[in-house]
Design a protein around this ligand. Structure first.
Ligand SMILES: *Cc1c(COP(=O)(O)O)cnc(C)c1O
Length: 385
């Protein structure tokens, strides 16, 4: 969001690259942690959103823990200096060696997503002579009213254990002597913008926690996941997500007694502080009259438009033209879906101009690939310009 002022400086860097607004990240974390402290909520950062070392250092200094989705993410968090006791690890498909590694490192909890996984974690813990803290990730059957590609808590989803299956497996779970079931976890989806969804979630969690407790599980914490969305359409209007209103809803509706309440935000923390800066390579017009702008980035740097049809606001940050026209912005990769957006109104755009794709701090760099043998994009930080 600072690209216009610094466009001249940006022109000296090799494109494409991610630009991170360090002040905005600090302000976002200040805002998040000040309300979280008021309610005594514990916040984990979902490291899959962006594993950039510099960002992780800032996040760690603000006192967050880490939510991981793989053994390598656990490793990355530990290498970035996070205390293993502040790390949780969820994921539908954990390999044996990832489970073993997480146990060795002594992380806070492994969030298990199937009854079979609970049995395997129990066996591995037994082999290692340990008792392991786990949480049950429950599929709450909630429609988060978001893009279907990123909902995770509906009944048919691959995530979590169905509540019915937990109820019918209580005896089995209790028989797993190397497990200490200390938490209940749900995560209903991502980019949630309708806050009443969180109210529905609380109502479900209240019932689940009450029943698990009456079945003899002594839960220390309730992890209600992440999912808070950001304003992709008009990022300038809302650079920092409204954490206070989400927490107020949770405070009002969640009834879990003295148990710790945990959150795991990814997008809401890093989404707005990053943008992808790319240079215009060529202009051309198709036989059908569509005006294409071909930029030097592609789905290999930012796959969200190609993967989910996601929208990123695009601006030309160097053009001085007054006149505007509509363009289709395409990338360099050999895929027809490698289109960033269509019908984008930009000032007359020429070879060498710099474009920014905004709100790309989350699920941008972390999903980058080396398809077509592209280099992975570099990072530039606002305070180093
Ligand atoms: C991806 C994920 C998150 C973070 O989601 P955001 O929408 O980025 O906040 C949190 N918890 C779990 C289990 C996840 O898989």
């Amino acid at each position: 969001m600072l690209s216009r002022q610094v466009a001249a400086k940006l022109a000296t860097y090799e494109t494409p690259f991610y630009l991170y607004d360090i002040d905005l990240l600090n302000q976002t974390l200040d805002s998040l942690m000040s309300v979280a402290r008021r309610y005594d909520y514990k916040i984990h950062y979902a490291i899959k959103a962006n594993y950039d070392k510099r960002l992780l250092e800032i996040i760690r200094k603000h006192g967050l823990g880490i939510d991981c989705a793989s053994g390598n993410e656990v490793k990355c968090a530990i290498e970035a200096g996070f205390d293993p006791k502040t790390i949780v690890y969820a994921g539908v498909g954990k390999r044996d060696k990832e489970i073993r590694y997480a146990i060795e490192q002594g992380i806070y909890a492994i969030n298990c997503e199937s009854i079979e996984e609970l049995g395997v974690v129990n066996d591995i813990a037994g082999d290692m002579g340990k008792v392991v803290s786990v949480a049950l990730r429950v599929n709450p059957d909630i429609d988060p009213r978001t893009n279907h590609c990123i909902d995770t808590g509906q009944a048919d989803s691959k995530f979590g254990i169905s509540y019915e299956e937990i109820l019918s497996s209580v005896e089995y779970i209790r028989s797993l002597k190397n497990l200490d079931v200390i938490g209940m976890h749900i995560h209903i989806g991502s980019q949630i913008r309708e806050l009443h969804v969180f109210e529905n979630m609380c109502n479900k969690v209240n019932v689940i926690v009450e029943n698990l407790t009456s079945l003899g599980f002594e839960l220390e914490f309730v992890d209600v996941g992440g999912g808070l969305g950001i304003n992709y359409d008009m990022p300038e209007n809302e650079p920092i997500p409204n954490f206070a209103s989400v927490f107020a809803i949770i405070k009002q509706h969640l009834q879990v007694g003295k148990r710790e309440v945990h959150f795991e935000f990814g997008r809401a923390i890093v989404g707005e502080c990053g943008e992808l800066i790319t240079k215009v390579l060529f202009n051309k017009t198709t036989a059908t009259g569509r005006r294409l702008v071909i930029v030097d980035a592609s789905m290999t740097e930012l796959i969200r438009p190609a993967l989910y049809g996601s929208y990123h606001n695009i601006e030309n940050i160097t053009s001085k033209e007054e006149q505007r026209t509509k363009y289709t912005i395409v990338g360099t990769a050999c895929e027809s879906t490698d289109v960033f957006d269509e019908n984008v109104s930009l000032p007359i755009t020429k070879r060498g101009d710099l474009l920014t794709l905004k709100s790309a701090g989350a699920y941008g760099m972390s999903m980058a690939s080396r398809y077509n043998q592209h280099d992975l994009p570099a990072a530039v930080y606002s305070d180093e310009l």
